[in-house]
Structures are given as structure tokens and as C-alpha cells.
Design a protein around this ligand. Structure first.
Ligand code: PMM
Length: 317
């Protein structure tokens, strides 16, 4: 694909986007901002995602949405071709690749920093070849050994997200003694296997996997205790965007708020996560969440301002 017609806000419908005519140098992971939480925009190229309902499952709509998120200020675009909603059917690797590789190629050419949201080492390898810079793997505790070898050999950043079981079984696997302790311990065990495979600590980004083998109360508990993940010594990524626990929080007349009415609550959780030191947030609405990341960063910087002592005799009235 060398041209893109009718991407809203990107020029006349008949002319190819200049951004696609003149390739830009790829953004680099090392150049991501360090003074605020990084914003990863979600691009689900699936017909059946819970949160954006198959809106971006044609090449043109997917690319247009990716570009829109880049223009809105997303630091990373996370491209996925398999729905992770509870109970979702598994997608074959060929199908997954045909959904995402053309999108990755075009967005990489536009200079975007891309991650590939996949459980498959084969898909991850082809996505890296197509221009992705990092791997976001939701397979959690059942990660493929080939994925470990791939991450070691390519030296790329890798998101290790906590999940028990599969999309089909995870909702029944929510038994924890202490959800925060247990999630940290289970992440640590898999992380150590990555070390054994030759992966370096700085390559790993951990994610508590909100909504994956956790109920609503457990999601809130993990979010409130995000700081405890620092013990792992890695960057922490958090995904709350439009998730079920926000839908039930905002329910009215016993009915969960629909996914697209969960964006304001997502922005609030981004402010919370970022103020607890999260490295990044994975979100649908880039604009609002980027603002929240900036608010949290500004407030955090202020918190470090030393409190001025009040000279004796002037402090009371
Ligand atoms: N959530 C979803 C998919 N991929 N990846 C990471 N690292 N963390 C998450 O929380 C996460 C993910 C499911 O949400 P979606 O269907 O809206 O993409």
C-alpha cells in the first residue's frame, strides 16, 4: 500500500499522504520520554475486539486510526490481530499476520514506534522484520519458549503481562492468596526463565494484566498497589482502558457502561497509575490519557519540591 485515501484530518481524499510518500526515520525506543508516563495507543486489527468492536479491521481504517493516534501524540502504537476478550476464539498465525503486517509496514514507514501485540513468536518475528520495535505478549504464564529465544536473539524490549490460562479459561482462574503478592511472584518466575534464555533485565517491561484472570476487586487492588511491582526492577506498563471493571464501576440501572463510555474513567486511572510511577499506559483514547500523564508528571515533580520551613514566630495566626 503506497497511498491512503480519506484518512480523516489528513488531507484531501484523493491525494496520497505525504507521510507515506517520504519515509521518516523510525522513532526509537531509547528516545521515549522519561519525564512522564509513555502513552501506548491501541490498534486492534480484529473483527471482534470488545472495546472497539472491529472498527479497524480493514487496512485503510486501521492505518487511518494509527495515524490519527500518532498525530494525537501517542508514543507507541500497539498493533494486534487477535482479540484477547474473555472467551475469544484463537486466531491462526497466518490470519493474524495478514491482519497486522501490512499495517505495521505502513505505520513504520510513517516513523511510528510500533509494538506487536501477539502470543506467537512466529508473528512477533515477522512483525519485527516489518518494522515493529517491541513485543507485547499477553500469553502470560504460558509463554512460548520460542518467544524467549526470539527476545534474546533480537535484543528488543518485551512486555511480560500476567495472565493465567487462555482467553477461554482465564475468567475461572481468579483464585489468589494475595493477588498482588501472587501476581508479582508469578511474573518473577517467568521473568527468570527469560533471564535463563539470555534476555537482559532492561529488555523486560512487566504488566499486571488487569482483567486477565482477575475480577474487578482484584484489578482495583493491583492498581492501588502498583508501587509494589517496583520490587521486580522493571518498567511497569498498565492496561485499564475501557475494561470491564470500569464498565461495572460506572453501571447504571444494573447495566454496565458500554466500552466507549469508559474513556473518562480510563483517564482517571491513567493519572493514578502514572502518579504511582507506571512507565506506561496502554489506551484507546490517546488525547485524554496523554493529558493525564502530563498532569501526573507535573504533580509528581511538584511533590519533590522541598517544603519550606516557616521561620519561628511567623507560622501561626
Ligand atoms: N489488554 C488487552 C490486550 N493487550 N496488553 C497489555 N500489555 N496489557 C493489557 O492490559 C492488555 C494488552 C485487552 O484490551 P483490548 O481488547 O482493549 O486491546
Amino acid at each position: 500500500m503506497d497511498s491512503l485515501a480519506a484518512a480523516p484530518g489528513t488531507g484531501p481524499a484523493t491525494s496520497p499522504l505525504p507521510v507515506l510518500r517520504a519515509p521518516k526515520p523510525a522513532a526509537r525506543f531509547e528516545d521515549l520520554p522519561t519525564d512522564r508516563a509513555v502513552v501506548m495507543g491501541i490498534l486492534n486489527c480484529t473483527p471482534d475486539s470488545f472495546s472497539d468492536g472491529g472498527e479497524y479491521n480493514s487496512l485503510d481504517t486501521a492505518i487511518a486510526h494509527g495515524l490519527r493516534m500518532i498525530y494525537a501524540g501517542a508514543d507507541i502504537i500497539d498493533v494486534g490481530g487477535e482479540s484477547t476478550r474473555p472467551g475469544a476464539p484463537e486466531v491462526g498465525e497466518d490470519e493474524e499476520q495478514s491482519r497486522i503486517l501490512p499495517v505495521i509496514k505502513v505505520l513504520a514507514k510513517a516513523g511510528a514506534l510500533l509494538s506487536v501485540d501477539t502470543r506467537h513468536a512466529g508473528t512477533a518475528a515477522r512483525a519485527l522484520d516489518a518494522g515493529a520495535a517491541l513485543i507485547n505478549d499477553v500469553s502470560g504464564m504460558s509463554v512460548e519458549p520460542e518467544m524467549m529465544a526470539l527476545v534474546a536473539s533480537r535484543g528488543v524490549p518485551y512486555v511480560l503481562m500476567h495472565r493465567r490460562g487462555t482467553a477461554k479459561t482465564m475468567d475461572a482462574l481468579t483464585e489468589y492468596t494475595d493477588v498482588v503478592e501472587d501476581v508479582i511472584a508469578e511474573l518473577m518466575a517467568v521473568r527468570d526463565r527469560f533471564y535463563d534464555a539470555g534476555v537482559l533485565p532492561e529488555q523486560i517491561i512487566v504488566d499486571p494484566g488487569l482483567g486477565f484472570s482477575k475480577n474487578a476487586d482484584q484489578n482495583w487492588e493491583l492498581l492501588a498497589n502498583l508501587r509494589r511491582f517496583d520490587v521486580l526492577g522493571h518498567r511497569v506498563l498498565v492496561g485499564t482502558s475501557r475494561k470491564r471493571f470500569l464498565g461495572s464501576l460506572l453501571a447504571s440501572a444494573g447495566k454496565a457502561a458500554p466500552p466507549k463510555e469508559r474513556d473518562s474513567a480510563t483517564v482517571a486511572t491513567t493519572a493514578l497509575a502514572a502518579s504511582m510511577g507506571a512507565w506506561g499506559v496502554r489506551v484507546h483514547d490517546v488525547t485524554g490519557n496523554l493529558d493525564a500523564a502530563k498532569v501526573a508528571a507535573r504533580q509528581g515533580a511538584n511533590r519533590r519540591t522541598p517544603v519550606r520551613s516557616v521561620p519561628a514566630g511567623q507560622g501561626s495566626r
